[in-house]
Ligand binder design. Structure first.
Ligand SMILES: Cc1cc2nc3c(=O)[nH]c(=O)nc-3n(C[C@H](O)[C@H](O)[C@H](O)COP(=O)(O)OP(=O)(O)OC[C@H]3O[C@@H](n4cnc5c(N)ncnc54)[C@H](O)[C@@H]3O)c2cc1C
Ligand code: FES
Length: 499
């Protein structure tokens, strides 16, 4: 399952190490995730669902969906898609909810009850405080890194928190050249943009806290963090939530079978860990992500049986569609998936043609012989942290669902709490970088750093860049969504449950 040769990427794998899986000795590479090592060894079933005992594999590969929870070294509910493999690890298929092991909950020094679970008052973050910092940025993707750079250039000290071991967010797996203007890294591969942003951080007062999950955000701007298995507290003066987005699921029969993966998860497996998801893939969704990931599958030597799309037209750039058609991959528009086949993992897929009302057309159902079904059916903003803090919420369809109400400076309804990038509405890395910059500048201004006139000039420049990016046909939807959002921000105190 490992990729030996790739036209663009070289995989610098860690040393080979041994670990145990359900009593079997397996080999993996140090530093790769447990789920990737298992997949490379041909293991796709990671746990069983609690109520029905159905097999589960991974789905998102970014720590969002809980589909990959396993028992590791006796500790249940470990997210194996983001936990690095270590020598001698004992990994077990998880079949129950799991119980807190001896030694208790990772509650730091908080007083604990008889089961080791920390006793904290409602609304209070557990764990030892990590001290003061003016700005904390949650999420080390293009938005978060750009925010820290913008604030850091004005002398603001910050920490960037990311649960992955590598900063860069979604960029670390994007091997294609970006679209847009040169200023926004057009014709640069996504994988090369992250290191550029990180090199800009080097001279600035920014601390990167990788492998750290923000578990909670309290309305006094206290963050509850999980750092190396312990709860810690951070109470910055300002916070920027730049937590990106999660992939959407699609409801069809057997859609929970291992082998039904999100397109981003497939990218992570292939382009970060150098492991192919399977031998023959059905791609669901012909937007840019579905088309790009299909091409990347071909580059990794995986056969793409077909790309299906429910709409009558391809949604992504035609240049991407043309590339995969030239490689012999059929793109079946007005088609959807009705069933994944297989007992424990995917062995096939049933697809059907649909009419303009998405009703199946009689006699058009057919079976595709595939072992992987890749879903590229949209993203939803990761807003949980902002909502926990109690920000005003609104459903704005054009931004991908429920989002925290924010203004053009990305400040939410809670003073000092900002939201940027895909977490504030689904767009692209180029817009995420500019939004991050705007949020970083706004936080710096609130903190009293730098010359306000200079900050205003930088804000105007970034806002003009955003307007230019949203001026094109693909920007129409987010532009409209943001306009509605800013109007809501102006309407203080109204109930905007449906915008
Ligand atoms: C296949 C594909 C192709 C794309 N192609 C392009 C393109 O050509 N051009 C373009 O401009 N854009 C492209 N994009 C979109 C682009 O990748 C995203 O819009 C961009 O990465 C969003 O940046 P972000 O910083 O908001 O979020 P992300 O890049 O998702 O970063 C968020 C980070 O926050 C971390 N995080 C989340 N929650 C927590 C938490 N609680 N604690 C700690 N860390 C947390 C995540 O692990 C992640 O590292 C593409 C996306 C995909 C999937
Ligand atoms: S949380 Fe691991 S696959 Fe989604």
């Amino acid at each position: 399952m490992r990729i030996d040769r790739h036209p663009i990427l070289t995989f610098e794998r860690g040393r080979e190490i041994e670990f145990e899986f359900d009593g079997r000795r397996l080999r993996g590479c140090e530093g790769e995730t447990i789920a990737a090592a298992l997949h490379a060894a041909g293991v796709r079933v990671l746990r069983e669902s609690i109520r029905l005992g159905r097999p589960r594999g991974f789905f998102c590969a970014i720590g969002r969906c809980s589909s990959c929870l396993m028992t590791v070294n006796g500790v249940p509910n470990v997210m194996t898609c983001i936990t690095p493999l270590e020598e001698g690890m004992r990994v077990e298929t998880q079949r129950t909810k799991g119980t807190v092991p001896d030694g208790g909950h990772p509650g730091g020094d908080a007083p604990a009850d008889a089961d080791g679970v920390p006793i904290v008052a409602w609304g209070e973050a557990p764990g030892e405080s990590l001290g003061d910092v003016p700005l904390a940025v949650v999420g080390g993707g293009p938005a978060g890194l750009s925010a820290a750079i913008a604030a850091g250039r004005l002398g603001v000290r910050s920490v960037v928190i990311d649960e992955n071991q590598t900063a860069g967010g979604q960029l670390i797996k994007q091997t294609h050249m970006f679209f847009g203007s040169r200023e926004h890294h057009a014709r640069v591969r996504g994988v090369d943009i992250g290191p550029k942003l990180l090199s800009e951080l080097e001279e600035l007062p920014v601390e990167l806290m990788l492998g750290t999950t923000a578990l909670g955000l309290y309305n006094d701007l206290t963050l509850s963090l999980l750092v190396e298995g312990r709860h810690r507290r951070l109470s910055p003066e300002t916070i920027i939530v730049a937590t990106g987005a999660s992939e959407n699921m699609l409801a069809f029969e057997n859609s929970d079978l291992p082998g039904v993966y999100g397109a981003g998860a497939v990218q992570t497996l292939m382009n970060v860990h150098g492991v192919v998801p399977g031998d023959r893939v059905l791609m669901v969704g012909a937007g840019n992500i579905g088309l790009i990931v299909s091409y990347q599958l071909l580059q990794a030597g995986v056969e793409v049986a077909a790309v299906i799309e429910g709409m009558p037209e391809v949604g992504g750039y035609h240049v991407h569609a043309a590339k995969i058609r030239r490689a012999g991959v059929p793109i079946l528009t007005s088609h959807t998936i009705v069933r994944a086949e297989g007992e424990t993992t995917v062995t096939g897929a049933k697809v059907v043609e649909v009419d303009e009302s998405w009703r199946p057309v009689d006699g058009t159902e057919r079976r595709l012989d595939v072992d992987t079904i890749c879903l590229a059916v949209g993203l939803t903003p990761n807003v949980e942290l902002a909502f926990q803090a109690g920000t005003r919420e609104a459903h704005v369809r054009e931004l991908g669902g429920r989002v925290a109400v924010h203004g053009p400076d990305l400040e939410t309804s809670i003073p000092g709490l900002y939201i940027a990038g895909d977490a504030s509405g689904i767009e692209e890395a180029s817009t995420a970088m500019l939004e991050g910059r705007l949020a970083g500048l706004a936080a710096a201004k609130r903190l009293g750093a730098g010359d306000p006139a200079k900050i205003d000039a930088l804000v105007s420049e970034a806002a003009a860049g955003l307007a230019a990016l949203r001026a094109g046909p693909f920007g129409r939807q987010p532009r409209y969504g943001k306009e509605r959002m800013f109007a809501l921000k102006n309407r203080e105190g109204t109930d905007e449950s449906q915008a």
